[in-house]
Design a protein around this ligand. Structure first.
Ligand SMILES: Nc1ncnc2c1ncn2[C@@H]1O[C@H](COP(=O)(O)OP(=O)(O)OP(=O)(O)O)[C@@H](O)[C@H]1O
Length: 632
C-alpha cells in the first residue's frame, strides 16, 4: 500500500480552530511557554504509565527508566520532545489532539471579539496546552505508541495548524510519544543548546522526571554517539524542604500543574507528619477560569499516594465552593490501589478533606491580613463562589464569613471591600444587629429609601447586590453572635438604637393618621398584607416591606427567576406622613382621586423595590392623569 493510501485527513473541531488562532496570536510574546506545556504533558504521560503499571508491571517492558528527552536537528530545523510514558492509541490521538473535551468551550469561544488585546485575556481563563506548539511551529508531527501496543501499532499525527490534521499508521521502536516541531522562520533560537537548557531549567527543575539533552561535546568527539544527561534537578517540588524552595519555583510549579500562564495569587505548602502523613500544596489562581460558574465542572486537586501519581481532579478533597483551588495532595495513608470509589468511603479522605479545607480558609485569611490588594483581587474573582460556602459547609461557616467582603453605606462604593469584622468594629455601642439590604444592583441598594432612617442615625448598612447574597445570609443567620437583619423586612425594630422620643413620636403618628391608614388599606384591597405608618423613611413618601416572618422580597424574586413556585407574598405598605405628598393625599376628598393617588404611590414603591411592575402601562397612564390634573 502506498504511503498516502493509509493517510487519513481529519478536520479539527471548530473550537480547536478558534483556540489555535487565539493562542498563536495572543501568546506570541510569551512564546517559550510551549516548551513547558509539552514537557508537562510528557511528565503527565509518565505519571499515567506509572499508575497503570502498579497493576500491570509488564507495561514497562524492558524500559522502566522514565524520562523526557529534548533533541534538535539544526539542518531540518526541528525540535523534538520525546517521552517513554503512556503513549496514545489512534483513537486517543484523534480525540486528544483534534477536539477539546471541556464542556462550555463553544459558548466561551463565542465571546471572542477579534480584538487581540481583549481576546488574549480570555485565553488566560482557558489554559494553554498542546496547541501552544503552533506558536513557534508551522508543522507539528506527533509519533506515538501506546503502552502495551506493538511496534507496528504506532500512529503519526501531523498538522500545519490550519484546520486539518492527518493520521497515519507507522512503526515505532519504543513506547511513548515524540513531538516534533518544524520551527517557523525566525524561531531558530529554539535550536540553540544553551537557550533550551535555560528554559528547561526554569520550567522543569521541579518535576520528578529527568529532562535530558545531549551531553555537550567538543568538536573532536562530534561523531561519537551522543550521550544524554539530565538538565533539570528532577525532584518533585512538594517533597523538598519548604525553606529550600524559592517563590519562582512555586510559581513555575503552579503553571506546570494548572496549564495557566499567569502567576498564582498565593499558595500554601504543608508537610504533615504524625497520625496523618501527607503533603499538600494548594494554590489560589489569580484569574477565574471560563467555566467557574459551572458547578459540575471538573474540580479538585491532583492526588498522589507515596509520590506516585494516582489521579487528576480528585474532587473528594474539595467542596464545591472551593472549586477554584488548584494543587495536589500526596498521602502516605491511602493505599496505592485507591480508586474514586474507595476514596468516596474512606476515613482518610474525610480527614484529609477537612484538613485541606482548613488550610485553604487559613491561607485566604492570611492573604487578607498580609496583602489587602491581592485579597481584593481574589475576592473580585472568586468571592461569589465562596459565598456558596455558608450553605454547603455548615461547620466552617463563621470562618468562611470572616472572608466575605461587601459594599456598605460606610463608603457607598460599589467595590466590595468591607468585612464583617470591619462592620462590627464600627457598630454603635448600643447596636446589636448587623443590618443589610439585598437588591439586584448596587445602585438599587445604595439609593433604597429603606436606608433613610439608617443614614439619618448614622448606622452602617451592608449593601448586597450579588444574586446569591440573600441565600448566603439565610444560611449564615448570624456572625459573632450578631444576627443579620434585612432593613426591608418586617417591623423595623432598631432595639436600643431607638430612643424613647422616637418611639413616642411613632406611636403618636400612628394614632393621628389611623383613619388615613384605614382609607389607604381599603383603597389597595388585597394587594397588600397591611398598611402602616413608617419609621424608616425621611425623604420618601412610601415604601413596601416584607411582612414580619415572611420570605424576604429579594429571595422571592431570586426563587421566581430560578423557575421555582413561590407562594404569592403580599407586601406591607408603609407611608411617611411627614412627606408633603402624603399630606396632600390625606386631604384629598374625592374617593376616586384618592384611590388613583394611592395606586400610583404603591406602584412607585413596588418599582423602587423590584425594578419592574406587572402592569407598567397602567402605572404610566395613572401617573400622567394625575400630572395633568396638577398642571391645571
Ligand atoms: N506526550 C503525551 N503523551 C500522551 N498523551 C499526551 C501527550 N501530550 C498530550 N497528550 C494527551 O492529549 C491531551 C490534550 O493535551 P492538552 O495539552 O491539549 O490538554 P490537557 O493537558 O489535557 O489540558 P489543559 O492543557 O487544558 O489543562 C492530554 O490530556 C493527553 O491525554
Amino acid at each position: 500500500m502506498s504511503e498516502t493510501a493509509t493517510k487519513q485527513k481529519h478536520s479539527f473541531q471548530t473550537e480547536v480552530k478558534q483556540l489555535l488562532h487565539l493562542m498563536v496570536h495572543s501568546l506570541y510574546s510569551n512564546k517559550e511557554i510551549f516548551l513547558r506545556e509539552l514537557i508537562s504533558n510528557a511528565a503527565d504521560a509518565a505519571d499515567k504509565l506509572r499508575f497503570k503499571a502498579l497493576k500491570d508491571n509488564s507495561l514497562y517492558g524492558d524500559d522502566s527508566e522514565l524520562a523526557i528527552r529534548v533533541t534538535t536537528d539544526k539542518d531540518a530545523k526541528t525540535l523534538t520532545i520525546s517521552d517513554n510514558g503512556i503513549g496514545m492509541t489512534e483513537k486517543e490521538v484523534i480525540n486528544n489532539l483534534g477536539t477539546i473535551a471541556k464542556s462550555g468551550t463553544a459558548d466561551f469561544l463565542q465571546q471572542l471579539t477579534g480584538d487581540q488585546k481583549k481576546d488574549s485575556k480570555l485565553i488566560g481563563q482557558f489554559g494553554v496546552g498542546f496547541y501552544s506548539a503552533f506558536i513557534v511551529a508551522d508543522k507539528v508531527t506527533v509519533t506515538t505508541r501506546g503502552a502495551g501496543a506493538g511496534i507496528n501499532e504506532a500512529v503519526i499525527w501531523e498538522s500545519a495548524g490550519d484546520g486539518e490534521f492527518t493520521i497515519e499508521q507507522t512503526e515505532k521502536e519504543t513506547r511513548g510519544t515524540d513531538i516534533t516541531l518544524h520551527l517557523k522562520e525566525g524561531e531558530e533560537e529554539f535550536l540553540e543548546e544553551l537557550r533550551l537548557r535555560n528554559i528547561i531549567g526554569k520550567y522543569s527543575d521541579h518535576i520528578s522526571l529527568p529532562v535530558e539533552m545531549h551531553k555537550m561535546v567538543s568538536d573532536d568527539d562530534a561523531d561519537k554517539t551522543p550521550e544524554f544527561e539530565a538538565v533539570n534537578k528532577a525532584t518533585a517540588l512538594w517533597t523538598r524542604a519548604k525553606a529550600d524552595i524559592s517563590d519562582e519555583e512555586y510559581q513555575e510549579f503552579y503553571k506546570h500543574i494548572s496549564h495557566d500562564f499567569q502567576e498564582p495569587l498565593t499558595w500554601s505548602h504543608n508537610q504533615v507528619e504524625g497520625t496523618q502523613e501527607y503533603t499538600s500544596l494548594l494554590y489560589i489562581p489569580s484569574k477565574a477560569p471560563f467555566d467557574l460558574w459551572n458547578r459540575d465542572r471538573v474540580r479538585g486537586v491532583k492526588l498522589y499516594v507515596q509520590r506516585v501519581f494516582i489521579m487528576d481532579d480528585a474532587e473528594q478533597f474539595l467542596p464545591v465552593y472551593l472549586r477554584f483551588v488548584r494543587g495536589l495532595l500526596d498521602s502516605n495513608d491511602l493505599p496505592l490501589n485507591v480508586s474514586r470509589e474507595i476514596l468516596q468511603d474512606s476515613k482518610v479522605t474525610q480527614s484529609l478533606r477537612n484538613a485541606t479545607v482548613s488550610r485553604i480558609l487559613k491561607m485566604l485569611e492570611q492573604l487578607a491580613k498580609k496583602d489587602k490588594e491581592k485579597y481584593q483581587q481574589f475576592w473580585d474573582e472568586f468571592g461569589q463562589v465562596l459565598k456558596e460556602g455558608t450553605g454547603e459547609d455548615f461547620a466552617n461557616k463563621e470562618k468562611i464569613a470572616k472572608l466575605f467582603r461587601f459594599s456598605s453605606t460606610h463608603n457607598d462604593e460599589k467595590a466590595q471591600t468591607v468585612s464583617l469584622d470591619d462592620y462590627i468594629e464600627r457598630m454603635k455601642p448600643e447596636q446589636e444587629k448587623i443590618y443589610y439590604i439585598a437588591t439586584d444592583s448596587f445602585l438599587a441598594a445604595k439609593n433604597s429609601p429603606h436606608l433613610e432612617i439608617f443614614r439619618k442615625k448614622g448606622i452602617e448598612v451592608l449593601l448586597m447586590h450579588d444574586r446569591i447574597d440573600e441565600w448566603t445570609i439565610s444560611h449564615l443567620n448570624e456572625y459573632e453572635g450578631k444576627q443579620f437583619v434585612s432593613v426591608t423586612q418586617g417591623d423595623l425594630n432598631l432595639g436600643n438604637l431607638e430612643d424613647a422620643e422616637d418611639k413616642k413620636a411613632q406611636e403618636k403618628a400612628s394614632e393621628e393618621h389611623k383613619d388615613f391608614v384605614e382609607r389607604v388599606k381599603s383603597a389597595l384591597g388585597d394587594k397588600v398584607a397591611d398598611v402602616k405608618v413608617t419609621m424608616r423613611l425621611t425623604d420618601t413618601p412610601a415604601c413596601i416591606v416584607a411582612g414580619e416572618g415572611e420570605m424576604p422580597l429579594q429571595m422571592v424574586k431570586m426563587l421566581q427567576a430560578a423557575g421555582q413556585n413561590v407562594p404569592d407574598v403580599k407586601p406591607v405598605f408603609e407611608i411617611n406622613p411627614e412627606h408633603a405628598l402624603i399630606d396632600l393625599i390625606e386631604k384629598e376628598q374625592s374617593d376616586e382621586q384618592f384611590s388613583e393617588w394611592v395606586d400610583v404611590l404603591f406602584d412607585q414603591a413596588l418599582l423602587a423595590e423590584q425594578g419592574q411592575l406587572d402592569d407598567p402601562a397602567s402605572f404610566a397612564s395613572k401617573l400622567n392623569k394625575l400630572l395633568l390634573k396638577l398642571a391645571h
